[in-house]
Design a binder for this molecule. Sequence first.
Ligand SMILES: [Zn+2]
Length: 225
Amino acid sequence: MACKSEDGALGGIEHESSSPLPRASARLYRAGWMRGTSGNISRVIASEPWTMEITASGIPKDQLTEADLVLVDELGNPRAGQSGRPSAETRLHSAICRATGAESVVHVHAVSVILAADLWPAGVPLEGIEQLKGLGLDADGMTVIPVVPNSQDMEELSRWVLAAYQPNVPAVIVANHGCYAWGADIQQAVDRTESLDWLAQLAIARCQLSVGSPASEHTTERRYR
Ligand SMILES: [Zn+2]
C-alpha cells in the first residue's frame, strides 16, 4: 500500500488505510478535466516526516490505482523506495500545501477556467453568487480568483502561484493551462474544483450574453467580441 513508508515511520496525521485518490481521480477524469494523462492530485499523509502522496506521471487518470501513487518529501522528491515518477507539478503541490496549510491539492485542465482567464487575465471577478459557498466564501461578497501566467519552470510557477494566492481563496488559475484548488482533504479539494468550474462557466456565459453580473463589467483586456 502506498500510504506507508517502508519503515512505517510516518506519523502525525490520521488517514484511512486505503488512499481515496484513485476514486477522486476517476471522478475528475469523468468530468472531462483530465484528458490524456493530464492533471494530478495529491494529499499530505504524514507530518513527521512531512510526506505527500501524489499521482505518478503519465498515467491515465481513469485507470489510476494505489500502485500509481508516489510518496514525496517537502521538496517534491520521491522518498526512498519509491519506484514511480511523480507528476511534473509535484513541487507546486507541496509548495501550496506548505504555504496554505491545505492537506490536499487538485490540479485539472478544465476548459472553463482557461476561457475565464482569457476574459479576465487580471483575475476572475465573482460577486453575489450562491455557489461561492462551495469555495468556502461569502455568497454575498466579492471574490477575485487569481490568475497567473503559465510556465514550464516549476520553481517559477510555484513562485507566481504563491505570490498571487489570496489566503481566503482556495484556488488559483494558470492561464492557458488549468487550475489548482485545495482543501482540508481530497473530498474538499475536488468539491472546490467543481465549484470553480461551475462559477467559471457562469461568468463566461454571462459575458457572452452581456447579462447579469458585475463580472461582465469588471476590467477585461480581452473579450470574445
Ligand atoms: Zn497541468
